[in-house]
Structures are given as C-alpha cells and as structure tokens.
Design a protein around this ligand. Sequence first.
Ligand code: C2O
Ligand code: CU
Ligand code: CU
Length: 561
Amino acid sequence: MNQRFLLPLLLFMITASAAIAQPYNTLWIPDTLSGTTFALTMNAATKQFRTGAVTNTYGYNGNAYLGPTLIMHKGDSVQIHVTNNLMDSTTLHWHGFHIPAMMDGGPHQPIPPGTTWSPMFRIRNNAATFWYHPHLHMMTEQQMMMGLTGMIIVRDDQESALALPRTYGVDDIPLILHDRRFDNSNQLVQDTYGDSMLVNGTLSAQLAAPAQMVRFRVLNAASERAYNIGFSDNRTFYVIGTDGGLLNAPVPVTRKVLGVGERVEIIVDFSGQSGQSVDLMAYNAGQKMGYPGSEPQASGKFGSALNNRNFRMLHIAVGPSTTAPITVLPKQLTTITFLDPTAVNVTRQVKLTDGFNGSAFRFDSTSFNMEVINKTVHLNDVEIWELKNISAFSHTFHIHDVEFNILSRNGVAPNAEEHGWKDVALVNMNETVRFITRFEDFADPEHPYMYHCHIGFHEDGGMMGQFVVVQSPSGIAEGGITTGGSGLRIAPNPATDLLTVRINGGDIAKVQIINYAGMIVTERTPSANGAVDIAGLPAGLYFLRATDTRGISRVGKFIRM
Ligand code: C2O
Ligand code: CU
Ligand code: CU
C-alpha cells in the first residue's frame, strides 16, 4: 500500500479551508523567438509572486521565471546557443523532437556553469506544441521547479493551410500548467505537490479572450499532478492535437486528463459570449486511486491544498471578437498514417514497478544507471512497447526520439482524443498501455536516448532507462568499424566548408560521408593534406569513414554547420 494514501483524513479536515478570494492577475504570455538561430540563457532571478518577500527563481533570457516561446518551422535547420549562467550544471532537452541523440539535451549533454552548448538539427516534427526543460540526472525536478521550462511551437505548411486560430497571444494561447509550494518566506519548496496553481507562472491568472474560437496549447509542466481539464459551465471543447500533431478531426469533449509532460491543443468557442466569463478548471476531485493529486491529505509530503479537489486554474473574461475571427472549425485536420500493428519487428514489455512502502519507483525493478544501456533498437524497426503498471501509483511514460500511437489501454482502443501522435502516455495504476512506434533516421551506438516517467521525483529517483538505435545488421555497423577515436582526427568540428581528416601513421586514400540514415552521401579522395570539401552538404550530423593507404578504416562523426 502506498504510504501517501494512509494519512488520516483528519489532516485534510483541519487544513481544507477555502482559498481566500484574491484579485486576478493578468495571465503572462511569454515572448516569442523565431527564425533559425536562437539564443537561450539560463539565469537565476527573483520574482514577486506574492506580497512580502520576493521568491528566488530561475528563468531563461532575463525572464524571472519560465522562458520565451520558440517558434520553429518544419524543414528548417536550426541552431540554438544555450548558455548556462547558473551556478550548477544543467542541460536543455527539446521535449518531443525527433533529432540525433547528441543534440537531444538529455543527461549525457551537460552544460557546465558559464559555458554555451550549441546544438543544431533539422525540424522534422509536424506542427504541434513541444517544450524545453533541463534534464540533468537527479536535478531535473529541482531546476524545473525553480522555473526552467518553455514552450516550442512548430509550424508546418499543412497546419498553416487550415483555418485555425493561430495568432499567438490573441486567439492562440500558451498555457503552461503547474502547481507550486511556497514556504513562509515565499521561497519555492521542492515538494511533490504545490498548494498554488500557476499558469504561465501567474498566480490566480485571468485571460481576456476574444468572443470567437480560441486555441489553447496546454502543457502539463507540473512535478507530479495530473489535471482533468474542463470548464466551469461544463461546455464542450474540441481536442485538435496531441503531443506530436493534429488529430484527424476535432474531437468534442467536456473533460481531458493531462498527465505530466503531455500537451493537448484544444479549441474553445467563445462566440457571442462577450461580457461573460468562465473558468478553466481542474476537475481533480474523486479520481481513482493512483491518480496524481488524488491523495486525500491537504499538507505534508504527498499532501496539498489542491489534492482531491476541483479547482480553478484560469479565469477567462470574454471580450469583443477580433476583426477576422475564426468561427467554425475545419471538419478534417489531417490524415494520420497509423503504424500497422501486424507488421512489427519487435515487441517489448516494460514493467512500471515498486513504490510500495515508500520505495522508489523503477522500470523492471531496476534503477536508472547512466552507464547502462537498457535497450538496443534497430534503425527503422517498428516496435510495440507494452507498459505494464504493477506499481503503487500512476505514471506518465515518456520516450525520446520518437512519437508513438497508443494501441490500447487494458486491451481497449484509446479514446478518439488520444488517437494521434504522442510522446507521453499516462499509465494508470494497474493499467497496461501498448504503443507502436518506428525508430527512424538516427542510428548512433554511442549516444543513448532516454525513456522515463515524467513525474519529477520518479525520474530523478531512478524511473528512467536508456536505449540506443543502431544500424540493422546490413548497415554500416557491420564490418568491424571503429566508431570515433582510434587515431582518427576530424578538424575543425563542427565545420562549415573544409574538413581536415587524418589517421595516425597513414595517408588518407578515401573518405566516405554517411548520413544518419546510414546512406553514403558522398565519397571523396582527399587532397594530399587530408582536406575534404563539405561545403555542398546540407547542415547536420554525419559519419565519416576514412580509409588510409594501408587499408585501415576508421569512423568518426562530424557536424556540418
Ligand atoms: Cu520532457 Cu526526457 O523529457
Ligand atoms: Cu523528452
Ligand atoms: Cu512515475
């Protein structure tokens, strides 16, 4: 039995006094950055959240809390300069992006204090809502709690052609949800649950919305709590997109549970409602055991004033419509090509385990170890992962690199609003979730991707594993190739136009440049000094296989900027 459900109801009854009514604060809308070159700087700051003492925080780009919204376009090659001006190491992970593992910003790409990390990659994801956050092992929860989180909006031609609300901050509103706990001197407390709901870092937030169709990009960036979102008048709203892109068609709902790490894009129709108001709510009362935030106690380690209650997240005051409002929804949004469960190369099971009597949650009763690769996946394989939750709580399972389609929950096909591309799945207590995915594009035996529970303390506590994607047996991994090191030198790296390639003690006879799909892009005979012209290659990460005049081959990697 999970200890968090054992505390007496007495505590709840003492502390469940209703929140004192307070004036609303205007919902903060993060600034946007767009283009193909971005700069993000992490800084410590202070923010006046409450009356009295300021709160120590972290933010990006001079913001006291959270970061700018990055707007990127599918197909663009982007570079981001990430500067760490904190006192601690950190990382920056592009949650949901299909990019090389080296660029992923997971625990293996630390950014020491005072340094800049400059990953680059091509945006291959479809238009959707993604996010960025730190991912330093055992520090993720703390650094996110202090305010390191931002949203990413990917646009593409297909989504742009639809008549959907798309004016950022006007009829297309980012909503970063999390709850936080403040101590008596107004400092953030690193605890499972907070007692105060923040939306975009705003307490008691209010939004002035136009009287028309409004799109909300909702991100659950909490440490642990799930939000069963709905509106105070029980109105129907429309789910148009999941973590990784648009659904085939808008799905009408009155409630949508969002677990930690998940995003949902919804459309709410405020047409003709100018002068009225409605609240965006979390209908968290009476959820089943294991639901994050269902614990009865109102204070203490797993307690919170928001537990097991319905509470307001955002007050929405509807005002006049804009000049060219969206008033009808497209009937069709996209046509998803779902992966075929009858054409699967590998089926795996991951058990979500432990948590009884206060033990740390794990996968397959094994704690995360930075030095251990838990799974090896073959490039281009289609896999089914069966997530079997036999632990004492619900979890949100997230996998890097790929997006997946949920096949079933306890054998039943998912609801229509979940039948799209996902990178996080809530796996309820006693539930088995099966998903299907395909591992395309980026084989790299040296750099793993993560999969983990996105609940902060669970992830930091060891509920994480890692996998590498390798070339299938017919690919370049065969034939005794040494990857990296071993006397091969490639300089400069990254490079823009000219590489110098050397193998100790030999003259280079031939150079092959291989892309991440394992295809030979070009074969060159370098000049006498080992110079190879790469100016004509698209930006990206490549393998380089050099063979010297003695017939010795070495493989390394380089980045074409
Ligand atoms: Cu949102 Cu592994 O991360
Ligand atoms: Cu991620
Ligand atoms: Cu978990």
